[in-house]
Ligand binder design. Sequence first.
Ligand code: FE2
Ligand code: FE2
Length: 160
Amino acid sequence: MKINQKLNDAINAQIGEELKASNAYANMAAFFNGRGLLRLAGMFFEQSAEEREHAMKFLHYLLDLEGDVAIPAIPATPDSFGNAKAAFQAALAWEKDVTSKINHLMDLAVEAKDYASQDFLMWYVTEQVEEEATMTHLVTLAETLGDHPEIMLENYLPKE
Ligand SMILES: [Fe+2]
Ligand SMILES: [Fe+2]
């Protein structure tokens, strides 16, 4: 094993967090789909797929270092959000939580003087800036629209 046990264990926990985020966004996509908001649904299905990729990227990193892969149990995530703004606020809160967990992984890599892991984790640090910005934009958009119909949101989604 070419990775320290503490960091290995924390990465396994993070694989669980990324898979939880994937499920959370799939639930959110289904919520929007159920309201006929198909572009928002599409955006969150894509987000869900990305979170799974994040999990697999961690998993393969452990494999490359001959670490131990042990995916933890994934707790259920909300399937109802009241309205679009509440959904975006929940997503932003999740992303902030993930950012602090990624930062914690980085702390462990620094502590272990594990330079390869620091470099690997830097990708996630940068990714989280983008993830938080995306969700912040959606919250702001929902606030700007105020009481206008949610369907207006669909016209202001970022272009793919
Ligand atoms: Fe992620
Ligand atoms: Fe994310």
